[in-house]
Design a protein around this ligand. Structure first.
Ligand code: PLP
Length: 438
């Protein structure tokens, strides 16, 4: 149906003012403007302020969600912006995509780039971290048969699969390393340095800034430097860290990076981006020889096809919310919440907390292993038990060479804590009986 003149003019009015189109609807809840000035560590403990922040999320009361390692829900201001963008996209159909969308998306790209500490020409939107990882790993051009690539047990599973794929496609060897447990930043750096020394044919290293299994944060910049002096390129996977930790790209020192916007930045699902340092663009292939953009445009390194443009158009609302809160304050609060349970449980015998006390080594996520239970079945049973008996939703994670674990924790009333001469001892419920009860 052709657009009537009136409707066309009305639509153009909206399109001509993207700021208005993307702005907060009048019914939006009060945004986070009341952030107390001063030390983020003090703000982290200001419960009045955090109650105000919490009111800006609609969260189900049906269970206690301690599982935020998949994606992050949107604050209501972002949800409202997203709804409006969905309606706009749906009413205009391809008209939006064929007229102003590209220019609008490019303005958003500029804003994301400035926020992450890059130039606009150094980032390209993807549908999330996985797509960014696949484009960079699959497109990396400097591998020859006989070279090697390296990753660790705590890297993201889809990234590990993509690295394995290089074996057949490029004829390279795959070197797999294990992050030490218990971990310290020094021990992690030593592990990587030693592995790079032991495997001089390695040309490409995958390195996760904050992994989704235990939540451990390695000393990324030091590892990138150690790799660079040995002629090894590093793809830094910051899908989980951006929005959770307070950093920008120069803090990582990476030439290649991977980011999610739908995790800790609170943007709608289907948003992320990849980063390629300007002078390294030639080292990544165009995506499947796509000719949509010229070779010197980073957007030629990914082609997602027709995607949810409403999600991309809502990214500014997410950045508004994130910036009003401030990444230093966010990190301080998330670490404070993590410390509250870790500090009370660290010395309990039978409970292994899988991130160390060094504050640079963790964010919000921390996992535990109970009484040496390291099988998939046991950890699945523990997670199910927490849900069934305590309404706590969390998940088993696999991957570590030392075995599976549970991401996040809350005290469970069936677990016993007793005092012994050497400290407190933790006795979990018998996993078999917990499983039998489910
Ligand atoms: C460390 C890490 N990298 C990459 C990804 C993939 O990101 P996305 O879900 O945005 O595809 C995830 C997802 O959880 C992750 O935890």
């Amino acid at each position: 149906m052709p657009l009537s003149r009136r409707r066309l003019v009305a639509s153009l009015g909206t399109l001509a003012t993207p700021a208005n189109a993307l702005g907060q609807p009048p019914s939006s809840p009060q945004p986070v403007t009341a952030r107390p000035a001063g030390d983020p560590a003090r703000t982290a403990r200001d419960e009045d302020f955090w109650r105000h922040v919490a009111r800006q999320y609609r969260v189900s009361d049906d269970f206690i969600n301690l599982e935020n390692g998949y994606y992050g829900i949107m604050p209501t201001a972002v949800l409202d912006a997203y709804r409006r963008n969905v309606e706009r996209l749906n009413s205009l159909n391809s008209y939006l995509l064929r007229t102003t969308y590209k220019a609008e998306a490019d303005q958003i790209r500029q804003r994301v780039a400035v926020t992450v500490g890059a130039a606009k020409e150094e980032i390209a939107f993807t549908r999330g971290g996985t797509e960014a990882l696949q484009c960079l790993i699959g497109g990396y051009r400097n591998l020859r048969p006989g070279d090697a690539v390296m990753y660790a047990d705590l890297d993201y599973h889809s990234a590990r699969y993509a690295m394995n794929w290089l074996q057949d496609r490029r004829g390279v060897d795959v070197v797999r390393i294990a992050i030490p447990e218990p971990a310290t930043r020094r021990a992690i750096l030593d592990t990587y340095t030693r592995a790079l020394e032991d495997h001089p044919r390695v040309k490409l290293l995958l390195l996760t800034h904050l992994n989704n299994i235990t939540g451990l944060v390695p000393p990324v910049q030091e590892i990138v430097t150690a790799a660079r002096v040995r002629g090894v390129d590093v793809i830094v996977d910051a899908a989980h860290s951006w929005g959770q930790l307070d950093f920008t790209l120069p803090d990582l020192g990476a030439d290649f990076g991977v980011f999610s916007l739908h995790k800790w930045m609170g943007a709608p699902l289907g948003t992320g981006f990849l980063y390629i340092r300007k002078d390294r663009l030639a080292d990544i292939d165009r995506a499947f020889a796509d000719e949509t953009y010229p070779d010197d445009d980073i957007r030629s390194r990914v082609h997602s096809g027709t995607l949810d443009a409403a999600a991309v158009l809502s990214v500014p609302a997410a950045l508004d919310f994130h910036q009003a809160l401030g990444s230093a304050v966010k990190q301080a609060r998330l670490q404070y919440l993590r410390n509250r349970w870790v500090q009370q449980t660290r010395d309990i015998e039978g409970l292994d907390i899988l991130t160390p006390n060094e504050s640079a080594a963790y964010g919000a996520i921390t996992s535990f292993r109970l009484g040496g239970h390291s099988s998939e079945a046991d950890n699945t049973a523990i997670a199910q038990y927490l849900m069934e008996h305590h309404g706590i939703f969390t998940v088993r994670r696999g991957g570590p060479v030392r075995g599976d674990c549970v991401r996040q924790r809350r005290r469970c009333s069936r677990c016993r804590i007793s005092s012994t001469r050497s400290g407190r001892r933790f006795t979990p419920p018998r996993v078999d009986s917990a499983r039998a009860e489910l």
